[in-house]
Design a protein around this ligand. Sequence first.
Ligand code: SF4
Ligand code: SF4
Length: 224
Amino acid sequence: MIISEKKPMEEVLGFLKNAEKVVLVGCNQCAATCKSGGEEEVVKMKEDLEAEGKTVLGYTILDPACNLLKSKKDLKALKEELKEADAVLSLACGDGTQTIVKNLKKTPVYPGNNTMFIGETKRVGEFEEACKACGECELGWTGGICPVTMCAKGLINGACGGAKNGKCEVSPENECAWIKIYERLNDIDQLENLLEIRPMKDYSKQNNPRTLSLKKKEEAATNA
Ligand code: SF4
Ligand code: SF4
């Protein structure tokens, strides 16, 4: 899940300083779970903007915002409002916001949220980063604990030796990822995984922007 949180209202109002008529767009998936861009938050934003003297022409909650073709279709429900709007405020993540931008050629689109990380819901309202989308997943030999994300130094051949009482020397509020990896591998009887020195990660896999086309992959496999 993409974790996002609301931007400060002053920042949002700064974006909208020259906009009188606004359309709001939320997302019913990750942003709704994070309480940054579901219906409840969009309606609250509408009220807050109206209290600041803005006219909110309408709103929609895309499901999800990050599907380019589906968003294009769903935004048509607000065709007239979007024609009249001075600006669109997106309460989706950065990905969803850019999808909205691609679908609205002539209208400025502003982000109402900060996109934080890919992570998991620990419990309601609590999220934890879990994956940096490195393009070369290491979980198969680390017992399913991500060294790239959970270790503050992103070490592949940890541990660094700085942990104290099981806590990370960089972020003492966190457990040392490599101690967790050791314990997990011990639990699943795979400690031998740690005897192998792993090669440096291939950072070319993280060149951005990255793309993935299943069709091209299939064609390459067929032609191989
Ligand atoms: S190694 Fe970590 S960052 Fe890379 S894909 Fe796997 S979970 Fe994500
Ligand atoms: S203490 Fe552990 S988690 Fe922190 S940087 Fe060192 S190896 Fe990584």
